[in-house]
Design a protein around this ligand. Structure first.
Ligand code: ZN
Length: 424
């Protein structure tokens, strides 16, 4: 049924799946198309993309080789760490007014405290995945005994908040993007898709809402399409969102709503190459690819995600950086975990709220901490010859193999979540 919904795009602002996932069954037929009631200038949602986690288990070019099979000028909005009524309700209203469908990654403790917030998201037709129970920023070094209850706790409390737990999507975003192979393998074995992102807007940092808006648009423009990572627990995100949406419309971007495949909702047909941000034939002439030297990754387990994605500062120097060859890109499908500084400010908890009252001195300290990896990398790179760097890069391997071993040696407990037991 959904196969027919693959792309229905007109020049008017079409809204698909008004009734949520179930409503998508009618998508594609003229009766399913509608303008955004009461909002003639709304951006709307241009199409619904159905994905099968089994076929493409890890997505988001901030860390992985594959990302969603979006077309040029298509964007997927994602919001992490909610629901937190004060801000989540405002985000929900803004999206509703624009008839935009997004994906929310829920923290279990937030769902436990505010189950109504989860139900509101589902009722509004958004996709709801999970983001752990307590949002620890240690997934990259947790043994299976620790991360398994974190993952399952988030799933259980989020699905428990739903009227129909089968509405929970098997999508998971690792807190702070602190990826580890063992965690990913565990999730994949459960049929859960691991979502990184294509670009953040740094809305968890102490920046202005204007800066969030600028980063969102600049990074999107640099890649031309992709998954935007935002948080629905921040005042600056609420303030920036209307402006981001207005600009998306002005620049001709289209919103894509992503839902998981089910037995009666097959995945949208795609070619494997569509899951690459830039297809092989396109990668060569593209100067905007964040050409970070591969050897950097081999020297440290940190990925300089903020500076890497901060394309504002790259335009001048980008041509000086060595471009990764296709061979290098194929070495591994994943990149190491991002630098600890990426999510230096704890999110999704009381700490987040407290962090908004941090003194200027504390903010400066955080900013200095964020700079540290760059200094370290600079020193390392300086001390190596180009040849040894290249050799080291060629033998690079994804981070956290010890977790993989731990997962193998442990027997995962079966989940108690009905919706995820036997997802096709
Ligand atoms: Zn988070």
């Amino acid at each position: 049924m959904i196969g027919s919904s693959v792309v229905v795009r007109t020049r008017s602002w079409i809204v698909l799946c008004l009734g949520g996932f179930l409503g998508c069954s009618a998508v594609g037929s003229p009766a399913a198309l509608a303008d955004c009631p009461g909002h003639p200038d709304a951006l709307g949602t241009s199409r619904t993309l159905v994905v099968d986690p089994h076929e493409h288990p890890r997505i988001g070019t901030m860390q992985y080789r594959e990302t969603l099979p979006l077309k040029d000028h298509e964007i997927v909005l994602t919001f992490d760490d909610g629901p937190l009524p004060k801000y989540s309700n405002q985000v929900l209203k803004i999206l509703d007014d624009e008839c935009i469908k997004a994906t929310f990654f829920i923290i279990g403790s937030q769902a436990k405290a505010n189950p109504e917030g989860v139900r509101k998201l589902v009722a509004a037709g958004h996709t709801v995945g999970t983001h752990s129970m307590n949002h620890p920023l240690t997934f990259d070094r947790m043994p299976v005994e620790k991360f398994e209850p974190e993952i399952n706790g988030g799933i259980e409390w989020t699905s428990a908040a739903m009227t129909d737990p089968s509405q929970l999507a098997p999508f998971f975003r690792i807190p702070g993007l602190m990826r580890a192979e063992g965690v990913e393998n565990y999730l994949i074995s459960r049929g859960i898709q691991v979502w990184s992102a294509d670009f953040p807007a740094d809305d968890w940092r102490h920046v202005s809402s204007d800066r969030v808006y600028q980063l969102a648009i600049q990074r999107l423009e640099a890649k031309g399409k992709g998954i935007l990572l935002l948080h629905d627990i921040q005042a600056r995100t609420v303030a920036a969102l209307p402006k981001i949406i207005r600009d998306l419309k002005a620049r001709g971007y289209r919103i894509v709503h992503v839902v998981p495949a089910t037995a009666d909702r097959p995945a949208t047909p795609t070619n494997p190459v569509e899951w690459l941000l830039h297809r092989p034939t396109e990668t060569v002439p593209i100067a905007r690819w964040p050409a970070v030297p591969t050897f950097v990754f081999t020297q440290t387990r940190t990925l300089p995600a903020p500076s890497l994605a901060d394309l504002n500062a790259q335009t001048e120097h980008q041509s000086l950086l060595p471009r990764r060859t296709k061979g290098q890109m194929d070495l591994a499908s994943t990149l190491p975990v991002p630098g600890r500084a990426l999510f230096a400010i704890p999110e999704g908890s009381v700490e987040v709220l407290l962090s908004t009252t941090l003194s200027r001195r504390a903010a400066t300290r955080l900013a200095m901490a964020a700079e540290t990896p760059h200094t370290v990398r600079g020193k390392i790179a300086k001390g190596r010859t180009a040849k040894s760097q290249a050799r080291h890069a060629a033998h690079a391997s994804p981070a956290a193999p010890k977790h993989a071993a731990q997962v193998k040696s442990a027997t995962p407990r079966p989940t108690r979540v009905a919706s995820l037991k036997k997802r096709a």
